[in-house]
Design a protein around this ligand. Structure first.
Ligand code: HEC
Length: 166
């Protein structure tokens, strides 16, 4: 190789480096962050495993503290600021006739309160229904959500003794 060849080789290496850097840069600005990494939201909705170790008694205590201001849990209690959570398990979303739901939550009315939907809702209510009337920031702790979900899922006729505190 003479010096001309070396120069050509050097130029070619510099050029390919530039192309690589450009590719990386363009991919960074054109592909949204979320396609590189799982967003926390998706990771956080995988709580099925946690439900196995969920603690219903703890769920009842947290629900009383965090949700009790606005919700009731027993069959004979009326709606408060929020709709009654009695029989919430698999209930159609925004379906209590006496309660005046937001249009935002009513957009989900074809769906049901499955564990998965409850999990998304309780994680970030505003992400689930952007103009919801539920003035509640959400629960970031997976364990808290799992505990609450197991508790409110038990609020049925069969298990209502638990809701009453027995
Ligand atoms: C500041 C009052 C407030 C607090 C605190 C609150 N909620 Fe709500 N909740 C509401 C309101 C208001 C709605 C109706 C939302 C709408 O129509 O957009 C609602 C709706 C709901 C629904 C939908 C019910 C249905 O009939 O479709 C569920 C489930 C729910 N809340 C669970 C909870 C849980 C569990 C907690 C505690 C972790 C909680 N909420 C805390 C006010 C509250």
């Amino acid at each position: 190789m003479d010096s001309y060849d070396w120069n050509r080789l050097a130029a070619a290496s510099v050029l390919s480096c530039c192309i690589l850097i450009n590719c990386w840069f363009i991919s960074k600005i054109s592909i949204p962050y979320s396609s590189f990494e799982f967003p926390a939201y998706d990771k956080d909705t995988q709580i099925n495993l946690n439900l196995k170790t969920a603690n219903i008694s703890r769920g009842k205590i947290i629900a009383a503290q965090q949700c009790g201001v606005c919700h009731t849990f027993n069959s004979n209690e009326p709606d408060k600021i929020g709709p009654s959570l009695f029989n919430i398990k698999n209930r159609k979303i925004a379906s209590l006739l006496k309660f005046n739901y937001s249009t935002s939550l009513k957009l989900h009315k074809q769906e049901r309160w499955t564990t998965e939907n409850l999990n998304k809702w309780l994680y970030k209510p505003l992400q689930f229904a952007p103009a919801t009337l539920m003035a509640y920031g959400g629960l970031s702790s997976k364990q808290d959500r799992a505990d609450i979900i197991v508790y409110i899922n038990s609020l049925t006729d069969q298990h209502s003794e638990f809701a009453k505190g027995n």
